[in-house]
Design a protein around this ligand. Sequence first.
Ligand SMILES: Cc1cc2nc3c(=O)[nH]c(=O)nc-3n(C[C@H](O)[C@H](O)[C@H](O)COP(=O)(O)OP(=O)(O)OC[C@H]3O[C@@H](n4cnc5c(N)ncnc54)[C@H](O)[C@@H]3O)c2cc1C
Length: 452
Amino acid sequence: MGARTSVSGSAVVVGGGVGGLVAARRLALQGRDVVLLERGARLGGRVARGTIAGVPADTGAESFAVRGGTVRALVEELGLGDALVEPRGSAWVALADRTVPLPAGGVLGIPGSPLADDVRQVVDTRGAVRAYADRLLPVLKVGRYERLGPLVRGRMGRRVLERLVAPVVESVYGVDAETVPVDAIAPQLNTAITRTGSLSAAVLHLRAAAPAGSAVQGIAGGVTRLVDALLADLDRLGVDVRTDAEVIGVHPVPRGPGFTVVTPREDVPADVVVIAADGAGALDLLGDAAPEVARMPRPAPAVTRSVLLAVDDPRLDAMPRGSGVLRAAGRSDVTATALTHVTAKWPWAAEALPAGRHLLRLSYRGEEEPDGLRVAADAEALLGLVPSSIEDRLDTVWVDTAPPLAPETRSAQRALSELGLPEGLAVTGSWRAGTGLASVVAGADAAARGLG
Ligand SMILES: Cc1cc2nc3c(=O)[nH]c(=O)nc-3n(C[C@H](O)[C@H](O)[C@H](O)COP(=O)(O)OP(=O)(O)OC[C@H]3O[C@@H](n4cnc5c(N)ncnc54)[C@H](O)[C@@H]3O)c2cc1C
């Protein structure tokens, strides 16, 4: 995968998130002279490092899905294979009246074995029996279910939807479980239902096909080490990486092959261009190359705030909530959508801190800053104990300008695939490839390879 081939010519990559870095690396490995232009002062995009209580911590992505093996292969190629780690513990869910472990072995929270004890703990026996009715209902004859909410409610009942599926889908993907299209969030689920005859059997089928072990992995020292390693490799490959270089136009050369990539300071000529800017940035840059797509309605940006806390409390050594807690909609006293117990989930993070000190990460929808009392109350409610002292706090606000599962983003994705782009231009990044590093890395590599 890392061997050089020999295509000559120049390439410009727009955007220095993981998508852009991976695309630039691939183009350089193919033998092109590559310039990467990043708007900001920092590279890595939504993979970023902050400092809390004197130690480095991931403020954006903190793990990656193992599906497809793409990120793992990249991490190994970059010489970080020894640092790959599996998360410790599993997640809990905060229901209206109690906080319990999330059942093992589901897909998007949908249980494969509805009568299992861990499922009953969440949905009670009544909910479990209702969920089991899925096995007895006729095979779906009406065709494919379009939306996740009606599928889960129809087959397994309201409790499974509200207590299991909604907390997982809303905290991991940031979308409404009721309305999200099944094919967008779980592309193989409808086919598996048709093949196996029920939703729970489909879940078991998909789980059996998935690799053994944890569905996600991390990197000891933080996922930002992947960015460091990519940058070191780009340096080795002679890629010209420029920061504070916002691209304001990508213009196909009239009647000729190639492009002119415009920044406020200069025009950069390129034989091929990969636009790996985040959604709104990418759509703005398609004004010349794909005007119909650039003019389409834009999705509402999804804004999240991640609040890292350094807490001194040895009771947390016992990992009272495993790797963390997802909030179910019925839990109205809590504002945070999820809490990750970082030092429980990642032993390397615990080792970096003095005994008894812990890192917690709370996630909030929207930009509004929760005050200290709110954050402490949320931590207390989700952990089931009052943390004895909060030593430090680090907030980061993240804006996803085109959430991949938003209907407008999906329309733009479809239009782009149908209308195509001028020869030599590719568009990648999470808005196009899908949420998360596994999709972003695979999408960026494929986009760059597609340019030959
Ligand atoms: C809080 C949080 C937690 C997450 N956790 C996980 C996780 O645990 N696991 C996981 O797999 N994923 C996670 N994700 C998602 C993951 O971080 C993203 O899917 C991924 O990093 C997106 O990479 P990207 O390269 O597509 O976009 P970005 O990282 O957004 O990079 C785009 C880059 O393009 C630049 N840019 C934009 N416009 C221009 C322009 N005109 N000119 C030049 N540059 C431009 C931007 O400045 C930015 O640097 C998380 C995201 C967040 C916010």
